[in-house]
Design a binder for this molecule. Structure first.
Ligand SMILES: [Cu+2]
Length: 489
């Protein structure tokens, strides 16, 4: 491990001082699709957001719904699943070649894995890639040893069983790789899957999977002229972004809506791009859940921003639309999934019944710790330090509750929004710059966007022991060292 650190350290030095370094992130601009109009003056080279999203000319196709993973075995107390990483090929384009991809139990992305609250879930994780990977259960409150961070790397051809005792609110979580040095590339090439924490309690919310309750993993990708995802060429040290939106791995998708209310579980699975979601008719939708569970109260919104790895569940009301009407969900004004009204089936159950409890007040509190995010490119740091797998940055006692104030210190050029993620917990946002968070952030979170110059206070209880990561979820920033280690014992 020490040798690995030294090698990584040398690489960091090399990259940091190599002449022309800041150009590297943008070398993909030559020779790729849609060259025109991609440069965008957003703080200079090497910054995220330098590639504009564009509408794709691809013909519409049905929205793929990830398969619900069947357990290998079920007992009264436990479920047993198998998840394997695979190399594959996927047809993104109607005409032309297949794209080389990675997937879980398939060619691209992965299945939806149900995790019933109160049950123990065993997952046999198998790495069929020719490089190390790990299986990180993003948002699950589980011991550090099962978390699938960089310390739980699985070598090619190896497997490992994890034990997940599910004890948290129902919600939309996800899983993705987290190996040192290859997280960003493996996610970019397709490794991401859904985790649904479920419970038996009937809430009245739409919950028929693939019918009135659908997931949308939304990602941006940049395809080369021959339709490939060439991570080495497209990599940007401040976050690899693309011009093409994909939803559940497909371009320009359609979905037939048969019910008055559709529940959509949005996952920003991008490496680096923040996505502003809205409806094409400008009407409001209702956000009902954040990263780790239902909001205290539903919130009506016309625009919802999710930074990388954030999730939200929304309800879209189709009762005022006529049969055969279309309504598109768009990100940054670019439509990516078009809903067509095929029926107006009335769902049973009153979903407002799910929100009868009194709202939790996110009371302000003095910070126990202050963390500072700073820098860009290869120079990103937390508290002036870059990631060291052999160093514990923060020690806390199991069961303790702490308030962390996360400060995104601006640099000369302003800086970037960093999505700050803590493993092994769900937290509450107490304050943004001394003010209460917006209504749609008053729920369980595991990732919070921190804007340049902003201070965000979060409160969390460390229920599980072990070593956990906290980091920026711009995956290239994470790779560049914007990550620390938290030890709970
Ligand atoms: Cu960052």
């Amino acid at each position: 491990m020490v040798i690995v650190s030294i090698v990584i350290g040398l690489f960091l030095l090399l990259f940091t001082f190599a002449p022309g370094n800041w150009m590297m992130g943008n070398r993909s601009f030559m020779g790729d699709r849609n060259d025109g109009g991609m440069m965008h003056g957003n703080g200079g080279m090497g910054r995220g957001g330098t590639v504009e999203l564009v509408s794709s000319n691809e013909p519409n196709q049905r929205l793929p719904i990830p398969e619900r993973l069947r357990p290998d075995r079920v007992t009264d107390e436990a479920l047993y699943y198998t998840v394997r990483t695979e190399r594959g090929e996927h047809r993104f384009f109607n005409q032309g070649v297949s794209t080389e991809t990675l997937g879980y139990n398939g060619n691209l992305l992965g299945p939806m894995i149900e995790l019933p609250a109160g049950k123990t879930v065993y997952i046999n994780t198998i790495n069929q890639l020719d490089e190390p990977t790990s299986f990180h259960w993003h948002g699950l409150v589980i011991p550090g040893a099962e978390d699938g961070g960089p310390h739980q790397s699985i070598a090619p051809g190896e497997q490992r069983q994890v034990r997940l005792d599910i004890d948290q609110e129902p919600g939309t979580l996800w899983f993705h790789p987290h190996p040192m040095g290859a997280t960003a590339e493996q996610v970019y090439l397709g490794l991401a899957g859904l985790l649904y924490v479920t419970d038996q309690t009937k809430t009245g919310l739409p919950n028929e999977y693939g019918v009135d309750d659908i997931p949308l993993i939304v990602q941006d990708r940049l395809f080369t002229a021959d339709g490939q995802l060439d991570y080495d060429r497209q990599m940007n040290i401040d976050g690899t972004v693309g011009d093409t939106l994909i939803a559940n791995g497909a371009i320009n998708t359609t979905f037939d809506v048969t019910t008055n209310t559709l529940r959509v579980r949005l996952v920003n699975g991008s490496n680096a791009r923040n996505l502003d979601f809205s409806l094409s008719n400008g009407e409001a939708f209702t956000q009902i859940a954040t990263d780790g569970g239902l909001l205290d109260q539903p919130v009506s919104l016309e625009t919802l921003t999710l930074t990388p790895s954030e999730r939200a569940e929304i309800l879209i009301d189709f009762s005022d639309l006529s049969l055969e009407d279309d309504l598109a969900l768009q990100a940054d004004g670019i439509p990516f999934t078009t809903f067509t009204v095929r029926d107006h089936i009335e769902q049973d159950g009153d979903w407002t019944a799910a929100f009868t409890e009194a709202p939790v007040t996110n009371e302000s509190s003095e910070a126990d710790r202050r963390l500072t995010l700073f820098g860009m490119g290869n120079m990103v740091t937390i508290d002036g330090k870059q990631f060291d797998p052999d160093r514990i940055d923060i020690n806390v006692r199991q069961g303790s509750t702490e308030v962390w104030e996360i400060y995104n210190r601006e640099d000369m050029m302003g800086g970037m929004t960093h999505p700050f993620h803590v493993h092994g917990v769900q937290f509450r946002i107490l304050e943004r710059d001394g003010k209460p968070p917006p209504d749609n952030e008053r729920g369980w979170k595991d990732t919070v966007a921190v804007a340049p110059g902003e201070k965000v206070s979060i409160e969390m209880t460390f229920r599980e022991t072990g070593t956990f990561m906290y980091h920026c979820h711009i995956l290239e920033h994470e790779e560049n060292g914007m990550m620390g280690q938290l030890k709970v014992d």
